[in-house]
Design a protein around this ligand. Structure first.
Ligand code: MGD
Ligand code: MGD
Ligand code: SF4
Ligand code: MO
Length: 726
């Protein structure tokens, strides 16, 4: 008997006839895979492949990367600038000059009438670093609005805040190579196999060579939890209690690294006092993890020669997001696991250039991790840009999640939205819609003209996408990588950099500042501004980045390569160079399930879609995996309610309702449902999004709902189709 395909037709891989491969970096997630885009002899992008010599992905790509070249030809890309008087009127096609002039004059009108801060800007984690820096120059140096922020507040704000509180600065200290050295991995609220498939593959590679325990903390049995040695299905929103309790056991049993704490951290006595209250028995009643498991995990972590923690949105998107990050940092400080091979506190970032905006956009301050609150930083940047330092405010302005309520109250009258889609991605859709309707002027700058937020705009700027432009992204492990320009921008769309530069020319204040026209020209400014700082780019150039397939900062002038880790010398960025151990009392302030709304509503992502589906919803090879809004629901809970697998059900929260298809699975507990947030008019109609007090990040993952079967299934199906036109 012969095995194999001998008697069947062999699979034929169609020759795409690529004549040229162009070097880029993936534009979806923060893993930062190096991609080459293949062009055929007509200049059409026909293929994408992973770059074998790139340390990050070593030739691999996930589903999204493999089909990324199809984006160039995807539907509903913005072709030309559009304009209208009121958002409910039809758009008219207009030229760039006309739409830029109108936008500039509306910004001036609003700022003259109501004050500089009455015009706000909300950006993204998905444009190039050079574009971020230029937007920051425009916002801070020319327009002078202090209400300038980005969607990283929905995403990374808690990590930034937690790093600053513990270590004195933002900047993830570890790298993927730490998997090769660690003896224990704790992954909290992070589902790598779906959200960062290639980081996951790096972890699997490390585990194949050498076994070490993997502990996953997630209320859901995610793919990551399925491969874990220990899964802790924590009660939503209570990670801080679990972390305090792990520390309790470590200190109680004397497993801490006394020498490290003494030499490198402050605040031990207040911290250890607080932690005493979180004995495993009391903690288990709040966080839902039994006392023996807490003890076991604490001992495993503390006794490992090197232990590392990674986390993503399960921690950041919580009313205790910033505290959760500090709790993880505390754990790593008391066990001496910062800046060491395999011992780190590594925030897995989200968007392709979430790091670039943190480093250079000036959203939370001034470029290069400088703060508006520091006089020296204000002086340095004012001198570098050639403006009066008094032009800068002395304190950062509103976060994105405070900008929207300020529109409601009339404090903010105009808004510029760049590469983000709050109509789908912010909590309480009905409220966001009302908010956008209140604006005197809204300009939306996006690669796609059918992005939902654009329904409320007065002006639409069509932007170039990903490799239609040139510039850098920084990934999770602080690796700066390059996107070469593969194709010209689609139709009459323009690179974001070009749009910012054109806007600057329309303001008197803009004449004082030089705005380089090319991305590489901007990069030169980043090199100069970062010289000698922790965030040092001065040893990098585009060619060198491409040759090395990405360089990790700090990379000082004269250095051949970058540096894989931060804080290896145990010196931190607080004034006394010590890290801080911070006590974290827990207050339970979430909306929890009750008799009226008995289910936890959890939300997140699936591998085949990216965020609000402006891109993946249009690629057949991705959208076909999940074209319909759905929820994961436990079969026992469903049978009690008479809800069937594959039917539609209605969810109701105190904010609104949504109809989704039911997928029965044991991945969620009977008192929880999980909905991927990618679909418009879906989970964010229901979510509450209470804010973290430090980071202002929304707790997307915790609120409560009730569920009812839908009697008229065909009407539900029609409603769901109407919810999304892709
Ligand atoms: N395919 C794909 N990949 C992506 C993205 C995408 O849209 N699609 N987006 C990118 C971006 S911007 C981001 S931010 C990342 C997000 O990456 P992840 O954070 O890994 O993804 P999520 O699914 O949002 O949430 C992770 C897990 O948090 C868990 N969780 C919920 N509540 C709690 C809690 O109270 N405690 C704990 N410990 N866990 C909890 C959820 O059950 C979920 O499994 O992914 C990036 N990668
Ligand atoms: N319920 C719930 N809500 C969530 C989350 C959750 O887990 N649950 N996660 C939150 C998180 S972590 C995030 S990061 C946000 C993401 O939320 P959004 O930022 O609103 O989502 P995206 O779909 O990524 O929006 C990016 C937009 O930029 C456009 N774009 C892409 N490239 C370019 C470019 O080069 N230039 C320009 N001008 N436009 C471009 C895309 O077409 C798209 O419209 O959602 C948040 N919302
Ligand atoms: S893992 Fe992330 S960076 Fe890599 S190909 Fe997939 S989406 Fe792109
Ligand atoms: Mo994110």
């Amino acid at each position: 008997m012969l095995f194999g395909r001998k008697h069947k037709n062999p699979i034929k891989i169609v020759d795409k006839e690529v004549v040229d491969w162009k070097y880029t970096t993936c534009g979806y997630c923060s893993t930062g895979c190096s991609i080459e885009v293949g062009l055929d002899k007509t200049g059409k992008a026909v293929s994408s492949r992973g770059v074998a010599s790139a340390d990050v992905n070593r030739g691999k790509l996930c589903l999204k990367g493999i089909f990324e070249h199809e984006l160039f030809y995807s539907e509903n890309r913005g072709r030309v600038p559009l304009m209208r008087n009121q958002y409910y009127e039809d758009f008219q096609e207009a030229g760039w000059d006309q739409t830029l002039d109108r936008t500039a004059s509306e910004i001036k009108r609003i700022q003259d009438t109501y004050g500089r801060d009455a015009f706000a800007i909300v950006s993204t984690g998905q444009i190039m670093t050079e574009e971020f820096y230029t937007l920051g120059k425009l916002a801070r140096g020319v327009l002078g609005t202090n209400n300038y922020d980005g969607n990283t507040t929905l995403c990374m704000s808690s990590a930034v805040s937690g790093y600053k509180r513990s270590f004195g600065s933002d900047g993830p200290p570890g790298c993927y190579d730490d998997f090769e050295h660690t003896e224990c991995l704790l992954a909290i609220g992070s589902n790598l196999p779906e959200q960062h498939p290639i980081i996951f593959w790096r972890l699997k590679q490390a585990l194949e060579k050498r076994k070490f325990p993997v502990i996953v903390v997630d209320p859901r049995v995610t793919m990551m939890a399925q491969m874990a040695d220990i899964h802790l299905p924590v009660t939503p929103g209570t990670d801080v209690v679990l972390l305090n309790s792990l520390a309790h056991v470590i200190l109680d049993e004397g497993l801490q690294d006394r020498e490290y704490i003494e030499s490198h951290a402050n605040g031990f006595s207040e911290y250890s006092e607080l932690v005493k209250e979180y004995d495993p028995v009391s903690a288990s009643r709040i966080c839902g993890i039994d006392e023996d498991t807490i003890r076991n995990v604490a001992r495993l972590y503390a006794k490992a020669n090197a232990a590392m923690s990674i986390w993503t949105m399960g921690i950041n998107q919580s009313t205790h997001g910033s505290d959760g990050v500090v709790g993880i940092n505390n754990l790593n400080l008391i066990t001496g696991n910062v800046g060491k091979l395999g011992g780190t506190s590594l925030s897995i970032t989200g968007q392709c250039n979430a790091m670039g905006t943190r480093e250079w956009s000036s959203c939370s301050g001034l470029p290069g991790y400088r703060a508006l609150e520091h006089e020296q930083d204000r002086t340095d940047i004012a001198n570098f840009w050639g403006i009066d330092k008094e032009f800068f405010p002395k304190k950062r302005g509103m976060f994105q999640t405070d900008i929207f309520p300020a529109i409601e109250t009339g404090q903010i009258k105009g808004l510029w939205i760049i590469a983000t889609n709050p109509m789908t991605s912010m909590s309480d859709t009905a409220r966001i819609r009302k908010t956008l309707e209140k604006l005197e002027f809204l300009v939306v700058q996006d690669a796609y003209e059918d992005v939902e937020t654009n329904e409320y705009s007065h002006v639409y700027f069509p932007a170039g996408l990903w490799a239609e432009k040139e510039g850098c992204f920084t990934n999770t492990e602080r690796r700066v990588n390059l996107i070469r320009n593969v194709l010209p921008p689609y139709a009459d769309s323009k690179p974001d950099l070009w749009i910012f530069n054109q806007m600057e020319k329309r303001f008197e204040q803009g004449k004082k500042i030089t705005f380089p026209e090319t991305a590489e020209g901007v990069f030169e400014e980043l090199r100069q501004l970062s010289k000698g700082r922790m965030l040092d780019y001065s040893g990098m150039s585009y060619d060198k980045i491409e040759k090395q397939r990405g360089i990790q900062w700090p990379c000082t002038e004269g250095d051949e390569t970058g540096n894989a880790r931060l804080y290896t010398d145990g010196k931190f960025q607080h004034e006394d160079q010590k890290a801080k151990l911070i006590p974290l009392p827990f207050v339970d302030n979430n909306e929890r399930p009750d008799d009226g709304y008995p289910f936890w509503l959890n939300s997140g992502r699936v591998v085949e879609h990216f965020h609000t589906r402006t891109r993946t919803g249009k690629l057949g090879n991705l959208n076909k995996f999940s074209p319909t809004p759905y929820m994961e629901m436990n079969p026992d809970a469903a049978s009690e309610l008479g809800v069937e697998h594959g039917s539609y059900a209605r969810l109701i929260s105190r904010r609104g309702d949504a109809v989704v298809m039911v997928q029965l699975t044991q991945r969620v507990a009977p008192n929880m449902v999980f909905i991927p947030f990618h679909f418009h008019e879906c989970v964010n109609r229901l979510s509450l999004g209470l804010l973290d007090p430090h980071s202002r990040q929304p707790a997307y993952k915790q609120c409560s709902v009730k569920i009812e079967p839908v009697a008229d299934q065909s009407a539900a199906a029609v409603r769901n189709l109407a919810a999304r036109s892709f």
